[in-house]
Design a protein around this ligand. Structure first.
Ligand code: ACM
Length: 547
């Protein structure tokens, strides 16, 4: 079914084979800063080889070559002395930037740094026929790329994709695939949402009950059957061992993706409190949550809790080199602090106005710990309430208002407003889609994601500098399989990739759709279960005729 519709899209979008190349529609996503068409094609043959100028460049190129050897069946040697694809560093190009020049007899790729080289190779890969992604040799394919010159650099330094593995656990193989796929579209931050009311997913050696108890729930609510409650009767859980986490961190680093772990506090902590009840603000025993929604369970601001959190974070810092660590802090009802003697005594002792200031005091203590260990903190925009911790980065999700306020206070901001960036929401009419989030009743189609502008008009130029980027979030209350994650994430992630990478003034939805048609075969060939976008009157260009 997919390939039928897909063929129709191809016919529709790329029907005329001999038209001149229309350079803005070169099928690269995200759209590069500048693209100039040349004449002719460079053909990959048995004799094609990469020439690099250093061991570190060779390592990046060798990883790429080893991937495309699989589908092309070509030797594609990587050498220092000779080769017709010359790859090297040129620092003045800048961070994550590259210049790719394809002539009919040679290719030159210069990167401002190793990440730039990696991104240049991703653009090169997208110019090759989609079978380049195959995991077996693809025969009878013309491995040619058009002559072209590309100069490219990212608009934002933070280009993120998020995955919630707390609501449902996704195994290492899928997490790697998710990272690999996003990296091909030049995302560079993976926000790994590792702890939730419904499950704790990271091994912490000092607290074994986190993986013995907090990682497992006895069942899961069926769809939205809250009242009366219906559970599926199927235990669910899982966690990543520290060795697995190291493996994923290294895998991501090879793709120039930094993993930002999120350890939620003080809310979204039902699973933690199920394992260690003394950390909660009331004494009765609770279970790992089996339903969705905001829970009252909250970590008590006791010294025991801070010992626990700093112990946990110590192990987290050891696993994740990311300079920024996400500590959640969203959706924290304060009822259990209002009724708790320890919480109330701290409010009094510290001269705090209320529970909001208590949360701010809590987060500032964690910030001080991270700062003493050379890291900074990211929190959801609730961390603005009661006063921001020094150096905190705000992830603005309840619209952009929190982001605007934080930027005005001189704090860095990552924009991820629900209406544009929540890929757990429906992307089309709910009547024709699998179950998804529809809180507040809105859907988030591909075009809406594409229309997102991370820098609000209200900000001055100097305030706008604090918007370090944007991110798409995949919460998984209704997403229990890898296939469904991909269906929700792709191709919307491609629209977000362009939002965070491409120059604002060059973004154009018609061009995007045309390039999307050229790009979907790559996702198909990669085995990504993307959603087939609705047909659109894509502007046919001859460019992709040989793809
Ligand atoms: C969130 O969606 N609760 C950050």
């Amino acid at each position: 079914m997919k390939s039928l519709v897909f063929s129709a899209l191809i016919l529709f979008g790329l029907g005329c084979g001999t038209a001149e190349m229309n350079s803005p529609d070169v099928p690269i996503i995200p759209l590069p800063v500048s693209v100039t068409a040349g004449a002719g094609y460079f053909a990959f043959t048995d004799a094609t080889a990469f020439k690099t100028d250093s061991e570190e460049v060779a390592a990046v190129v060798e990883r790429f070559a080893s991937e495309i050897r699989v589908s092309t069946g070509l030797p594609l040697m990587v050498a220092f002395d000779e080769g017709d694809i010359e790859v090297g560093l040129q620092a003045d190009l800048g961070v994550e930037s590259y210049q790719l020049t394809i002539d009919s007899d040679r290719i030159a790729l210069k990167g401002g740094d190793l990440a730039g080289i990696f991104y240049g190779l991703q653009s090169l890969r997208q110019l090759l026929p989609a079978q380049i992604e195959a995991n077996v040799v693809a025969s009878n394919v013309d491995w040619s790329v058009p002559a072209i010159t590309i100069s490219d650099a990212p608009r934002f330094p933070y280009r993120g994709m998020h995955l919630d593995v707390g609501r449902y656990f996704f195994d290492v193989a899928f997490v790697k695939k998710y990272i690999d796929t996003m990296s091909r579209y030049k995302f560079n931050r993976f926000h790994w949402h590792l702890t939730e009311d419904q499950g704790w997913r990271i091994e912490i050696k000092k607290y074994p009950l986190l993986t013995e108890v907090a990682a497992w729930r006895k069942e899961t609510i069926v769809e939205k059957n809250f009242d009366p409650y219906i559970g599926d009767g199927i235990p669910h859980g899982g966690f990543y061992t520290q060795d697995e986490i190291r493996e994923v961190v290294a895998y991501a680093a090879e793709r120039f993706v930094t993993i930002i772990p999120e350890i939620e506090m003080p809310g979204h902590s039902t699973a933690v409190i199920a394992a260690y009840p003394q950390l909660g603000c009331r004494s009765e025993k609770i279970e790992v949550a089996v339903t969705w929604g905001v829970k009252d369970e909250i970590l008590c601001p006791s010294e025991e809790t801070f010992t626990f959190l700093t112990d946990v974070l110590t192990e987290v810092l050891d696993l994740f080199p990311s300079p920024k660590i996400h500590i959640g802090a969203d959706e924290v009802p304060k009822t259990n602090w209002k009724n708790n003697a320890v919480a109330q005594s701290i409010i009094k002792r510290e001269n705090l106005a209320d529970e909001e200031e208590l949360q701010s005091w809590f987060i500032k203590r964690i910030e001080a710990f991270l700062s003493a260990n050379g890291r900074t903190l990211i929190g959801w925009d609730e961390i603005l309430e009661g006063g921001l911790a020094p150096n905190a980065t705000v992830m603005s999700w309840r619209g952009v208002v929190g982001g605007i306020e934080a930027a005005r206070q001189g704090h860095d901001v990552i924009m991820t407003p629900t209406k544009y960036a929540y890929f757990d929401f429906y992307q089309a009419d709910p009547a024709s889609e699998p179950l998804a989030m529809n809180w507040a009743g809105f859907t988030i189609p591909l075009d809406t994601v594409y229309s997102f502008e991370p820098i609000p008009e209200e900000l001055t130029a100097s305030e706008a500098k604090h918007i370090i980027g944007a991110q798409a979030n995949v919460w998984t209350e209704y997403i229990s399989t890898p296939e469904y994650v991909e269906y929700m994430a792709y191709p919307r992630a491609l629209a977000m990739a362009e939002v965070v990478w491409s120059p604002k003034e060059k973004r154009n939805i018609d061009s995007f759709y045309t390039r999307l048609v050229g790009n979907l075969p790559h996702l198909e060939s990669m085995g990504v279960n993307y959603r087939i976008p609705e047909s659109r009157n894509a502007n046919p260009t001859g460019f992709a005729a040989n793809q």
